[in-house]
Unconditional design. Structure first.
Ligand code: HAM
Length: 411
């Protein structure tokens, strides 16, 4: 048997996983600070959640879903994204008011794997449900931007667009379809098919989009309400100092979007996959799932891609505060109790799992990048231990109850 993970998936193993842990804890704190509660949903859903929610004509639904039949004959799909699922859960919860929901977890899309494009990838996201306010759109865009900022990812551009709603989109699509009809001879086969079912997708086609530079843009066909909404979103972003670039060609690959659409582009990241996150408003999604009209806006950040773009390989570890060195086997029991006390006191501490020579334990402390060691030896009889700061090479004998403060002081 070979020990590699399935194609397009990764084992996120130390040290890389340390960067993940850091990113996920930054995410959790930030989402909480912005008032988002946690929602944990199933990793698979009834296939129709995505077929109806994300849209039958999208690439995700047509080509990328991991769909299977369970033993009871139900068609299930590993979630390719979180939004349709979260809105389904919101509708199922019987909630009626505004909900601010955060989630994090793996998503699955059968894609051609490459760097930053995986078959299992990890998203953190929020959904701000049951509000049509442009303030919500701006808050969500800001949250994603702050996340990237806190992670130290600079050179990020927010690409922003409005793609209209059910009032103005039909007229735009008609104009777009007429334009594309005149370009049939240059369109690829897939775009020719999409022209009928989902002309917006043609603007997202890697092959055709570059040659359609004079195609009409949705933002030029917005109705008054959509224009006012877009203006407010931009004004809010300006007032909180979030830089963005208007990107009239940004259409996004999922069908549920109305009005605001945005992506975070890591400009310093030299790869085909440079959208490290994205989102938008989806005022028709709840109805598409068979529920009442419930507006909403949200985003999802791609953690795999963010860490790749940040070049964070996890080698920049949070070191241990203290490694306990046990001078003799008969002191292991008290040392283990001491370790437990220190951890309770908030010290990041550890010791070797088996008794080795003192020299070997010092080597282990180095490997673990401990800031200091405490040697449990004969001094213990006197309630004291020898402590050594490994970077300064200073040594002292201190009281056992002083060790926690000493160790934290080395941080
Ligand atoms: P999305 O643009 O499809 O949006 O995905 C969001 C982010 O997930 C992307 O910007 C990217 O960083 C990451 N991502 C997507 N596919 C892959 C992949 N195959 N491998 C690695 N990373 C990937 C959504 O999923 C929407 N649900 C976002 C949203 C939330 N809209 C409203 N609320």
């Amino acid at each position: 048997m070979n020990f590699n993970p399935p194609k397009g998936t990764d084992d996120i193993f130390p040290p890389a996983s340390r960067a993940w842990r850091r990113a996920l804890s930054i995410w959790e704190r930030l989402a909480e600070r912005y008032g988002y509660d946690l929602v944990i949903g199933p990793i698979f859903e009834s296939t129709e959640v995505f077929a109806r929610g994300v849209g039958e004509s999208t690439e995700v639904v047509q080509k990328q879903m991991y769909t299977f039949e369970d033993k009871g004959g139900r068609s299930l799909t590993l979630r390719p994204e979180g939004t349709a699922s979260v809105v389904r859960a919101y509708l199922g919860s019987g909630s009626q008011g505004v909900a601010k929901l955060a989630y994090a977890g793996p998503m699955f899309r059968y894609e051609r794997p490459q760097a930053g494009r995986r078959r299992q990838f990890f998203q953190t996201g929020v959904e701000y449900v049951a509000t049509a306010s442009p303030d919500a759109d701006a808050e969500v865009v800001e949250l994603g931007y702050r996340f990237l900022e806190e992670l130290g990812l600079d050179q990020v551009t927010v690409a922003l667009n409005s793609i209209g709603d059910s009032v103005c989109r039909p007229a735009y699509l008609e104009v777009l379809r007429a334009y594309l009809d005149g370009q049939r001879d240059v369109l690829c086969d897939e775009s020719l098919r999409n022209l009928e079912t989902n002309p917006l997708r043609v603007l997202d086609c890697k092959v055709c989009a570059p040659i359609l530079s004079d195609a009409p843009n949705a933002v030029d066909f917005l109705c008054d309400d959509c224009t006012a909404h877009f203006d407010s979103v931009r004004a809010r972003l300006d007032s909180v100092g979030i830089p963005y670039r208007l990107e009239p060609r940004l259409v996004r690959g999922l069908d549920y979007y109305t009005r605001t659409a945005f992506e975070y582009i890591a400009t310093g990241f030299d790869a085909a996959q440079n959208a490290v996150g994205g989102g938008g408003r989806y005022d028709g999604l709840a109805e598409a799932l068979g529920g009442p009209a419930v507006p909403g806006v949200g985003l999802a950040m791609g953690i795999d891609r963010i860490l790749l773009a940040a070049g964070d390989d996890g080698t920049d570890v949070v070191p241990l505060d203290l490694f306990i060195i046990v001078a003799a086997p008969e002191r292991r029991e008290v040392a283990a109790r001491f370790l437990s006390e220190l951890r309770l006191a908030g010290v990041r501490a550890d010791m070797a799992p088996e008794q080795r020579s003192v020299k070997a334990q010092f080597r282990a402390a180095d490997r673990r990048q401990a800031a200091g060691v405490a040697i449990v030896g004969v001094e213990w009889e006197d309630d004291r231990v020898v402590v050594r700061n490994l970077s300064k090479s200073t040594q002292d004998v201190i009281k056992r109850e002083e060790v926690a403060a000493w160790a934290k002081g080395n941080r």
